[in-house]
Design a protein around this ligand. Structure first.
Ligand SMILES: Cc1cc2nc3c(=O)[nH]c(=O)nc-3n(C[C@H](O)[C@H](O)[C@H](O)COP(=O)(O)O)c2cc1C
Ligand code: SF4
Length: 652
């Protein structure tokens, strides 16, 4: 047994959990349990694929809000009606519980009133990046909420779930009561920790009454608020003291420990900029102070990381969200002793950010099947064909992998000496090592699926015709984009790609490097991080009003913190209009005023990419049956490439 601690059972309240893994709430973003019948099926199908975990803390259900007519709550999780009073609550939670129980997995339901909007303890702000003053609850409203939580708990029990978890973290109304940062009340619900815990304890007491001793009642708790004025781990207000008080109340069966200020560094969905299980020792401090089972969640990226923190005694149970989005079979593979088959999460938070920022449906960057399990679409083909995939970047690799797994005979040609395309270059930026792990996994996957891979093989129309494939997938990717700025051809101007790939070019940059950021996602910020880490003084020039407008608050704080620590100067709403030796002239994109930035030793262009589609165009002109996929169609991000690759591979 490779992971002995991971696969030991645990007693949790009145239940036995078959192993030490809980899947914490996240799947409402994957597909809504509260949406259409089809969405609910997909939600249940997502979990059904993941019953190798002993415990699914899977349902994120909002408590009804109490608002004056006409007030519109805004922000993450803002809700009028909540979920517990919806007519479909019992049916859908019941069906999910049934599916999980069939495989011996327990289900708890999380009770949320997130975002604090408009409700909180006091009219105070929880941090510097959300500036909406909440309404301070009256005593009547507090009583109303206690009854509303109790009603929700009765529904949970009626539906057949095993328990309820109170969301006492992540910018929830209840965290606002708990925290000295946001609770400035002078009545019995404020003051010292005992006062600040009054409201949460009334709710927990009501839950215990509503559910009886047979069900589990738990709490999700922030380990450290990571915000000046918030609570830390120690002291009379700290997480250890809170945990002890919760245990002493007798209402609670477990403590689930997470980390993160609402939208800061880290966010509560910690990006790849943070070490695996970085905060698990804090959970260990809580565990040492209580006898209740303690869960730790936060960048537990693999079974090995989980095993290590359990073995070190930092927690009784590990929570894994994104690692199991990336590979629903993670635990099965771990149990079978083949962890190298696990598809690694790359930690870039597309799973949350895309929907929040771009309004596009959920997709995982590395696992385009996540959320689509119920569709059962990746089936063996009835008519195996000879498929030629041209280009071994993320799109080409994914097409080849799925097509071969479906039973096609697949050949993949890559012009470069190694597979990976631009992702291999991106992996050189700081904290981007997970890309390398992902590419290594893809290579193992292609080999296992029987794909014939030829690197250093550049395709042309003659070679494609000679090969005689039934179908051709063109995934020729994209090349670095060079904006047309006077002076862009000067010798001290380089593409980010070149600098990331070539250490000698990087060394020759000199002291002060100006990064031209014409890409709305993480890439330019990672390039600046790379240069600052190597000791350069970096100035970034963005045309947008803020850096990384397509990054969500779930990742922005972590990279901005790194850039600030590296001394990077961020300039916004400016575009370079000329590059000269030692100087770059920029124009304010709105006022039109121009300014010179002097003392620039070199310029690095992080300006996205341009599609390389010429082979596809030629094949089409020769009437060869070819499809185009990934950056070759239009350059986007990894998540776009893998998603398109799946769709194409399913048509083969
Ligand atoms: C898409 C998504 C949705 C999430 N929704 C919730 C939620 O509703 N409630 C909650 O407490 N945590 C939520 N989280 C946070 C996770 O439960 C978990 O704490 C976090 O992702 C860190 O764990 P990980 O590193 O294993 O992903 C969500 C995370 C993701 C990725
Ligand atoms: S989208 Fe990215 S962060 Fe989210 S689970 Fe997939 S690989 Fe991990």
């Amino acid at each position: 047994m490779m992971f002995p601690h991971l696969f030991r059972p645990l007693t949790l309240g009145s239940r036995t959990v078959k192993n030490r893994v809980v899947l914490p709430p996240h799947a409402h973003v994957v597909s809504s349990l509260w949406g259409t019948d089809e969405e609910a099926e997909r939600h249940i199908g997502y979990w059904a694929e993941r019953t190798s975990a002993g415990w699914v803390d899977g349902v994120s259900a909002h408590v009804r809000n109490n608002l004056i007519p006409g007030f519109e709550p805004t922000g993450v999780g803002a809700q009028y009606d909540g979920h517990y009073r919806q007519p479909y609550f019992l049916d859908r939670v019941g069906r999910l519980a049934e599916v999980l129980h069939r495989d011996g997995t327990i289900l708890t339901v999380q009770m949320i009133l997130q975002g604090g909007m408009p409700h909180a303890a006091s009219p105070t702000l929880s941090g510097p990046v959300v500036n909406q003053v909440p309404h301070a609850l009256t005593h009547d409203e507090i009583d109303w909420f206690v009854e509303e939580y109790a009603h929700g708990a009765r529904q949970i029990a009626l539906a057949g779930a095993d328990g309820a978890e109170v969301h006492l973290n992540h910018d929830d109304m209840l965290e606002y009561f708990l925290s000295p940062l946001t609770n400035h009340r002078t009545d019995e619900y404020g003051g010292d920790l005992a006062g600040r815990l009054q409201f949460p304890l009334r709710i927990l007491s009501a839950l215990r009454d509503a559910m009886g001793p047979d069900r589990i009642v738990g709490v999700r708790l922030n380990l450290r608020e990571e915000e000046p004025g918030g609570y830390g781990i120690d002291g009379p207000d700290g997480a250890v003291a809170i945990a002890q008080a919760l245990e002493a109340s007798g209402y609670v069966d477990y403590l689930s420990c997470a980390i993160g200020s609402p939208w800061g560094n880290p966010s509560y969905i910690q990006s790849q900029h943070h070490r695996p299980a970085e905060w698990s020792e804090l959970a260990g401090r809580v565990k040492a102070a209580v006898s209740l089972p303690v869960v730790y969640t936060g960048r537990v990226t693999s079974p090995a990381v989980a095993e290590e923190l359990l073995a070190a005694g930092h927690a009784d149970v590990v929570g894994m969200a994104r690692a199991v989005i990336a590979d629903g079979q993670l635990l099965t593979k771990a149990k079978e002793g083949r962890p190298e088959d696990i598809r690694p999460c790359v930690g870039g938070n597309e799973c949350i950010s895309r929907r929040v920022v771009e309004g596009t449906p959920f997709s995982c960057a590395v696992n385009p099947e996540a959320g689509k399990e119920a569709d059962n679409a990746v089936r063996p083909t009835a008519s195996p064909q000879r498929i030629l995939v041209i280009g071994g970047g993320p799109a080409g690799m994914e097409v080849a992998g799925i097509a071969a797994e479906r039973g096609h005979r697949v050949t993949l040609w890559e012009a470069q000496a190694a597979l990976g395309g631009q992702l291999r270059t991106a992996a050189n930026a700081p904290r981007h090592e997970d890309y390398r792990s992902y590419l290594a996994w893809q290579e193992r996957r292609l080999a296992a699926a029987g794909v014939t891979v030829a690197t250093g093989r550049r395709a042309d129309t003659t070679a494609v015709a000679d090969f005689g494939a039934d179908r051709v997938a063109v995934a020729t990717g994209a090349t670095a984009r060079t904006p047309s700025i006077p002076g862009v051809d000067l010798p001290h101007v380089h593409t980010a790609h070149a600098v990331l790939d070539d250490e000698e070019q990087r060394i020759a940059l000199g002291e002060h490097v100006l990064v031209v950021a014409q890409d709305d996602h993480l890439a330019p910020l990672s390039v600046a991080d790379f240069l600052a880490t190597k000791g350069h003084r970096v100035t970034m020039v963005h045309g947008t009003a803020a850096p990384g407008p397509l990054l969500s608050r779930y990742i922005l704080g972590s990279i901005l913190a790194r850039l600030d620590a590296g001394g990077v100067t961020l300039r916004t709403s400016e575009q370079p209009v000329s590059i000269e030796s030692g100087q770059v002239t920029v124009r304010h994109v709105y006022s039109g005023a121009t300014r010179a930035i002097a003392g620039v030793d070199s310029v690095v262009l992080s300006c996205g990419a341009v599609q390389e589609s010429s082979l596809y165009d030629e094949l089409r002109s020769l009437d060869v049956a070819a499809d185009i996929v990934g950056d070759a169609y239009a350059p986007r991000r990894l998540v776009f490439a893998t998603k398109q690759a799946r769709e194409l591979a399913l048509t083969l």
